[in-house]
Design a protein around this ligand. Structure first.
Ligand SMILES: [Ca+2]
Ligand SMILES: [Ca+2]
Ligand SMILES: [Ca+2]
Length: 327
């Protein structure tokens, strides 16, 4: 009897190992992957893993702090975190975040030995960075996924076993950042300043989620929290939008020198327990220009001809180009 149970256990584990090795996967568009139902819940479940392609929008460490620290024991604090957003091209009007954390074991449902020590996490970051990608590159991401507060994110499903690694490949270097789509708060909010939620994802917050957008002529209604990871609020005088700051080296207390009204360029994000609202604009870095709250690479994408970045495309830019040529 004992031998029989032993045999069954072996067959069982062999079967499980086989099932694991054969994780189903498919090429999907960001639009397919981010599809939602009327309640805002993610609906994609056709495969266990996905392969997505798109343009990388920012440097990972300008968004979250990947610095490993395996002494953290606080519940729900996963310590080092790494995240990128990349957006679809052409008709694929959507985008996706890719996330990895260090101490999954500080989540109450993960085994105590389920986190990366500092060396292991640095090795994971090194493995990902071997692809040598940067903003404006076309990348391909392959991995497992989970839904999180309004988005389907590629991640390791909080599992440090190497079979749950996601991979990043550099498809084409220097394709260029997508031009931010210029919208107003009327595209995101209704007349009562509530978010527009469209489950077909053709309008409102879902349409712009995980995409690079630009909003013109806004003011701060709250900028007290200006600094790394700060949470601010902008307004057009009637409607409002939360702004989440990243940790780029141009964001620190005292670096807000913006003249109001200003323009803002960032990635529309959603991390909300209510899946039909809670959108925010994620702004990773600020180059101190005084009139556009944006990172330098996002400003360049906004006006590709504006070589001297003074906000105007004119003969001065041609002169800049010629001076460079004549050298
Ligand atoms: Ca969503
Ligand atoms: Ca891993
Ligand atoms: Ca110019």
């Amino acid at each position: 009897m004992r031998r029989l149970i032993f045999l069954i256990t072996i067959i069982n584990s062999a079967f499980l190992a086989g099932a694991q090795a054969a994780a189903t996967t498919a090429n999907v568009t960001h639009s397919e992957f981010q599809a939602v139902n009327a309640s805002g819940e993610q609906t994609y479940n056709a495969t266990e893993k996905v392969i997505l392609q798109g343009i990388l929008l920012h440097n990972p460490a300008d968004m979250l702090d990947p610095t490993p620290d395996d002494t953290v024991t606080e519940l729900f604090n996963v310590s080092g975190q790494w995240q990128i957003f990349f957006q679809g091209e052409g008709d694929d009007h959507a985008g996706t975040a890719v996330w990895m954390g260090q101490l999954y074991n500080n989540l109450p449902w993960i085994a105590l030995d389920g986190g990366y020590n500092n060396e292991e996490f640095a090795a994971e970051l090194s493995r990902l960075n071997a692809a040598q990608f940067s903003p404006g590159d076309r990348i391909r991401v392959t991995g497992y996924y989970l839904s999180y507060k309004g988005k389907s994110n590629v991640n390791e499903q909080h599992n440090k076993n190497p079979d749950h690694d996601f991979t990043i490949e550099l498809v084409q270097r220097g394709v260029g950042l997508p031009r931010p789509e210029v919208i107003t708060l009327d595209d995101l909010k209704d007349d009562n300043d509530n978010f527009i939620f469209d489950p077909t994802r053709q309008t409102g917050g879902e349409y712009y989620q995980a995409r690079l957008i630009k909003i013109q002529d806004v003011y701060f209604s709250d900028a007290e929290d200006w600094g790394p990871h700060g949470e601010l609020v902008i307004t057009d005088g009637v409607k409002t939008l939360d702004v989440k700051l990243g940790r780029g080296n141009g964001i620190y207390p005292g670096s807000n020198n913006l003249t109001e009204p200003f323009h803002i360029i960032g990635i529309l994000d959603q991390e909300s327990p209510n899946l039909t609202d809670g959108y925010r604009l994620y702004m990773m870095n600020y180059d101190g220009n005084g009139s556009v709250l944006a990172s330098r690479e996002h400003r360049r994408a906004d006006k590709p001809g504006d070589l001297n970045l003074d906000g105007i495309v004119d003969y001065d830019d041609i002169n800049e180009l010629l001076e460079d040529w004549l050298k």
